[in-house]
Design a protein around this ligand. Structure first.
Ligand code: F1P
Length: 317
């Protein structure tokens, strides 16, 4: 087993250590979740979860919140910020956290590095130790930051989520070779809090396997992108509890056009039950999506320890 695969399949003890109630973020101001890359995808998911729990929230990439916050929220200095960064060293995220604090905002950091620049430039530190072998590709740390953020919003994450996530990962893995054979176009669909997870599945597979991937809100897919679907396509559909029928209709259309579909929580060529509260459904699916990226990379003989053009941290001079 390669190192990246190890960090995916061995992540659950780190989840168990991180599952504990956290004092929730205040809900009097708008909360802005910021991050870059994977951490931005998690920010999107967390903002949707926060809104669903009654806490007004948006997400913005670290660099956007640093340079043009007023494009995202007109009264930007009256916000509180939750900054996500595995390394705690990404230039845009750290600079955005510093600028937000200078403007009077309360900043909470979610990171896997307790001594990082972000950890030293926040008002509240939320930290979890990640798998020590994790390299450039964010695997266990991504799940952990989503888990911590979910708790920070006030959701109680049940310990059973680790078994659910492991079951999904193993259930998918058993069927993967047949599902991905001959396929080169991967589309991830998810709505609400699952949109950020769909984006993260797409990013993971793209950076690990150098494959062109896309992610959309499910019903957006008919509005143009569906033109690319054929017998080279795999659709990965993260069904929302509230839209299952509409999403299942879309899946049938994709299958008729030649796609193979992996359905998390609904019908597909492979249908995986997601026995979890909708608020933690995305978290439960994430390790399986990470493994999908690894398996596609293996099928293409690509080493995910050193993905092309990527570094563990992006620091700007
Ligand atoms: C953010 C990030 C990663 C990405 C790449 C570069 O890192 O964009 O998501 O995989 O390796 O950095 P961080 O701010 O979460 O440390």
């Amino acid at each position: 087993m390669g190192v990246t695969e190890q960090t995916i399949v061995e992540q659950f003890p780190y989840w168990r250590a991180a599952i504990a109630p956290l004092a929730p973020i205040a809900d009097m101001h708008l909360t802005v979740f910021i991050g870059c890359g994977t951490s931005y995808n998690l920010a999107l998911s967390l903002a949707a979860l926060a809104n669903a729990s009654g806490r007004p929230a948006i997400a913005a990439p670290g660099g956007e919140w640093l340079t043009r916050p007023k494009n995202y929220w007109p009264r930007w200095s009256e916000t509180q910020v939750v900054a996500l960064s595995r390394s705690g060293e990404t230039t845009e995220t750290v600079a955005a956290a510093k600028a937000s604090r200078a403007a009077g905002a309360h900043v909470t950091a979610i990171t896997a590095e307790a001594e990082s620049a972000l950890a030293k430039n926040c008002d509240r530190l939320v930290f979890a130790r990640t798998h020590p072998a994790e390299g450039i590709v964010m695997t266990s740390s991504a799940s952990l930051m989503l888990l911590l953020g979910t708790q920070l919003i006030g959701y109680a994450v049940p310990p059973s989520v680790t078994d659910t996530a492991q079951g999904l990962l193993e259930g998918l893995d058993r069927r993967l070779p047949a599902l991905i054979a001959g396929r080169s176009h991967f589309v991830f669909l998810g709505g609400g809090a699952l949109y950020g997870v769909a984006l993260e599945g797409a990013l993971k597979l793209m950076e690990m396997s150098q494959t062109f991937t896309q992610a959309f809100h499910p019903l957006e897919y008919r509005h143009g992108p569906i033109s690319l679907v054929d017998e080279r396509t795999v659709g990965v559909v993260l069904y929302g509890a509230d839209q299952r029928d509409a999403e299942a209709t879309l899946v049938r259309e994709l299958q008729q056009k030649g796609a193979r579909v992996i359905g998390f929580g609904g019908p597909g060529d492979l249908s995986l039950d997601v026995p979890a509260d909708p608020a933690i459904g995305g978290l439960a699916c994430l390790p399986a999506l990470q493994l999908l990226g690894e398996r596609v990379a293996q099928a293409r003989n690509i080493d995910t320890v050193a993905p092309r053009h990527l570094t563990k941290v992006v620091t700007l001079a």
